[in-house]
Design a protein around this ligand. Sequence first.
Ligand code: G3P
Ligand code: CA
Length: 277
Amino acid sequence: MKKHNLFYMAIVGACMLLLFGYNDQTIRVHSPNMVSVAHRGASSFAPENTRSAFQKAVELRADYLECDVHLSKDGELVIMHDEKIDRTTNGSGYIKDYTLAELKEFDAGGSFGDAFRGESIITLNELLEEFYGQIGLLIELKNPQLYTGIEEKIVALLKEYNDFSSIIIQSFDAESMRKIHTLLPEIEVGILIRPSESIVSAKRLDDLTSFASYINFNVSFVNKKMVKNVHKRGGKVFVWSKKDKMLVSKAHKFGVDGIISDFSTWPTNEPIYLVQE
Ligand code: G3P
Ligand code: CA
């Protein structure tokens, strides 16, 4: 083989090693003062909101997993992001129109990849049984106004556990979180701020932080001043994003308390935030 061919092969080999080595090492968004939350589980690696994604979050040593909760037709607390099962399963229709037994028949993994085919939807009860104590739980109530009594059901379920220090309940629906706080003041609640409402007035912040421990923003709709305003009132801020590749650096710039991310292996300019096991 010619000398220059050997040279090029060596360069390509070194690049591949670097690339795959880098990916293997990119296993945790990490910063000593910042909580890491696996959004819908480690949803870059496994189908969102499934047992596999949550197991992966534990494996990647996230501090918390994040999940979304709805109610089935027979009143079971089920984990899924959308109100409809169409996007993430092989079925179609609203969660509220199916019983849990019917929902369990759908495949919630196949659309992500063949390796996950056959994975079924899980309930909040199953999630707690498997993951409580292994990782923090950030539980989002999705559109709770659609599900009468969902707050009471969540509280009744959580009361089976003694220590709530690793659990946070959050929602875009502030009144639902106020209700959770009234029913179970020992558990921390968070308010998710919609991008369209991200300029939060001092009066509203006073009110929200009177019962919520967290005020959480999409990273593209918050700034240092807003974070400071929450901190001044004794609250904490988590930021999330599915798309913003500057999530980590913005989070640090704004001085937030936690990052909710898919744990993707984004190329990043900030290897300081990625730790090698
Ligand atoms: O935890 C924040 C984030 O989950 C809110 O957005 O749409 O992913 O539930 P979404
Ligand atoms: Ca969510």
